[in-house]
Ligand binder design. Structure first.
Ligand code: NAD
Ligand code: MG
Length: 387
């Protein structure tokens, strides 16, 4: 039996660990090629011992010695730092999971798109910052891009076998996060601890806070526009507190198709791995009687202004990299305690305005180096915005 060759970038993260859980069902059918992590060397060591990849990369050089000492008696080829990480993303494989968080995962996603037969994309920032480029690389290399973000996986699944011309619009569902029922006044004084209490999903720190501010949904809106070639007006967001319907596709004949499953990322990861089949990945089906009812309501854009702000990007997708860079700095500054929760959206708004005046930022990115430069310059502006 020929084994499928597998890369997992961001192995030690929330998505990375859910991915390994899916592989644990049938480890022998795969050859693990590259594993990567930034900081969590202990987890990477454990994963390497269990799955025996050919290569392992750690981002933080301070952790490299520990990695080498722990794995000295294995055949795993170890490396450290960004240049080797990007090189490793150029390894020819059957399936790559791109699950590094944030802009740090964008270049890796682009390389995987060139060299993997299937790109399982969790790193939504790659589409937000470099959507046009990513899709054109996939096209010219005949790479199948399968989204792992649960909403986009749902839409992808609902569109299987359908004609693109029959699609009218899509409805992205959002849990509403921990502040769904909080007043604006209360959100004003929300702490980091409050923002980390997601009601339904267990995820990495950064995406959990982005879910509380609904910046995550804003990024997902742009992600959907790129993936499914939609206009901003074709995508609506609806709050669905139970996170059972992961998103919906509305067709010209008035029909809507939805994809439902328990909120567990193994679902969309397994789908991207086994596509077009649906193998047992250890997930139960929904017990509808137990859930009882599913609710839906409009998001409150006064409370979650990121949903309003994203319209600027939706009308000009070139702004994606600026929007994301500003959001990442806002998040860093909130996590460090420097700014308040609602300052994040103000910071992004001000950065968008200021960066539009800088010629080297305000142009259409043509290639990876343009995207890297716009990202860097925007960060400088976002760090300087005062409160
Ligand atoms: P996480 O913080 O749990 O894990 C991130 C991974 O990236 C870790 O392995 C970390 O070591 C690695 N990493 C971080 N910075 C790095 C750097 N500079 N260089 C190299 N590696 C680095 O994040 P996560 O929740 O697993 O999310 C990963 C991606 O998937 C994000 O883009 C997120 O938006 C997306 N996503 C996550 C979920 C979820 O349920 N967690 C759902 C949908 C989409
Ligand atoms: Mg999502």
């Amino acid at each position: 039996m020929i084994k499928r060759k597998i890369n997992i970038f961001g192995t030690t993260g929330s998505i990375g660990q859910s991915t390994l859980q899916v592989f644990r069902k049938n480890k022998g059918a795969y050859d693990f090629i590259v594993f990567s992590a930034f900081d969590n060397v202990d987890q990477l060591i454990n994963d390497c011992i269990e799955f025996k990849p050919q290569y392992a990369n750690i981002g933080n050089e301070k952790q490299f010695l520990k990695l080498k000492n722990a794995l000295f008696d294995t055949d795993i080829i170890l490396s450290c730092g960004r240049a080797s990480l990007v090189d490793l993303a150029c390894t020819k494989v059957d399936w790559s999971m791109s699950a590094i968080v944030g802009f740090s995962g964008v270049e890796v996603s682009l390389r995987c798109a060139e060299h993997s037969k299937i790109l399982a994309l969790a790193n939504k920032e790659a589409l937000v910052c470099a959507g046009k480029l990513l899709l054109s690389i996939c096209k010219s290399n005949n790479t199948k891009l399968i989204p792992v973000d649960s909403e986009h996986s749902a839409i992808f699944q609902c569109l299987e076998g359908e004609r693109r011309v029959d699609l009218r619009s899509i409805t992205l569902t959002a849990s509403g996060g921990p502040f769904r029922n909080w007043s604006l006044k209360r959100i004003r004084s929300a702490t980091l601890e409050d923002a980390l209490k997601h009601p339904n999903w267990s995820m990495g720190t950064r995406i959990t806070i982005d879910s509380a501010s609904m910046f995550n949904k804003s990024l997902e809106l742009i992600e959907a526009m790129h993936l499914f070639e939609l206009d901003f007006s074709d995508v609506e967001v609806i709050i669905h507190p139970q996170s059972i319907i992961h998103s919906m596709v509305n067709f010209n004949d008035g029909s809507t198709l939805a994809q439902l499953s328990l909120p567990d990322m193994r679902g969309s990861i397994g789908y991207s791995l086994n596509y077009p089949n649906r193998l047992n990945i250890g997930m139960e089906n929904i017990d509808f009687a137990k859930i009882g009812s599913l609710e839906f309501y409009e998001p409150d854009k006064n409370k979650f202004r990121s949903l309003e702000l994203v319209e600027k990007v939706g009308r000009n997708l070139d702004l994606g990299v600026i929007f994301n860079a500003a959001k990442e700095i806002a998040l860093d500054r909130f996590i460090s305690g420097e700014i308040a929760f609602l300052d994040m959206v103000d910071l992004v708004e001000k950065t968008l305005a200021e960066s539009s005046l800088v010629n080297r930022i305000a142009h259409t990115p043509q290639n990876v180096s343009d995207i890297l430069e716009i990202n860097e310059l925007t960060r400088v502006i976002a760090k300087k915005i005062e409160f």
